[in-house]
Design a protein around this ligand. Structure first.
Ligand code: ADP
Length: 199
């Protein structure tokens, strides 16, 4: 099972990705998490990405494309993966298509979490308060506002891009977590009925 989760910051992509990971024994590939690990470890990529991330801008396409291309080939991804936070630009989507074609892999679905932008600020604020010392430097009101603009300008066009491929499925991300999970399961049941067959 190979999926993309699409939606603005705070839409719940990470939460749903973790649930999908457990339900289907597939890997969550969060480019945000990978980049934060690189920043923490002060690798060359991390040093390059740090200031860009704090501002809420996008790290250059070639950097993230490279990370994803390498990660998708790892043995623990052989059963599938959920891309969370990638692709974020049309150029990244095209790079992903090339990576998958080269490995003769296909996407099962692109799941768009639709959310009301007004609610996102309060969700991110809550995440900031609950995370204690592990506060993310980009979870401030200003950075979030900027990340939302970046999402609208650079990532939202992917919705039409994937609608064109016939793989786009949209879910109301304003419902409670369990309902969103159930809606996603229903979509995947249609895409891959054998996964949910009983007996
Ligand atoms: P959120 O979805 O909450 O905005 P992420 O954890 O997905 O956060 O990403 C945090 C930051 O990491 C982004 O604002 C951006 O700077 C960088 N980043 C993550 N994924 C990508 C990507 N695919 N392309 C470019 N930058 C990325």
């Amino acid at each position: 099972m190979r999926l993309i989760l699409l939606g603005p910051p705070g839409a719940g992509k990470g939460t749903q990705a973790k649930k999908l990971m457990e339900a289907h024994a597939i890997q969550q590939l969060s480019t945000g998490d990978m980049l934060r690990a690189a920043v923490k470890a002060e690798t060359p990529i991390g040093l390059k990405a740090k200031d860009i991330m704090v501002r809420g801008d996008l790290v250059p396409d070639d950097v993230v494309n490279q990370i994803v291309a390498e990660r998708i080939g790892d043995p623990d991804c052989s059963n599938g993966f959920i891309l969370d936070g990638f692709p974020r630009t049309v150029a990244q989507a095209e790079a992903l298509e090339a990576i998958l074609a080269e490995k003769q892999l296909e996407l099962d679905a692109v799941i768009e979490l639709q959310v009301d932008e007004e609610a996102l600020a309060s969700r991110v604020e809550k995440r900031r308060q609950e995370s204690g010392d592990a506060v993310r430097e980009d979870d401030t009101v200003e950075a979030l506002r900027h990340r939302l603009k970046v999402y609208r300008d650079q990532t939202a066009p992917l919705i039409e891009h994937y609608r064109g491929t016939g793989k786009l499925r949209s879910v109301d991300g304003m419902q409670d977590i369990e309902t969103v999970t159930a809606n996603i399961a229903a979509i995947l049941g249609e895409a891959r009925p054998q996964l949910y067959a009983t007996g």
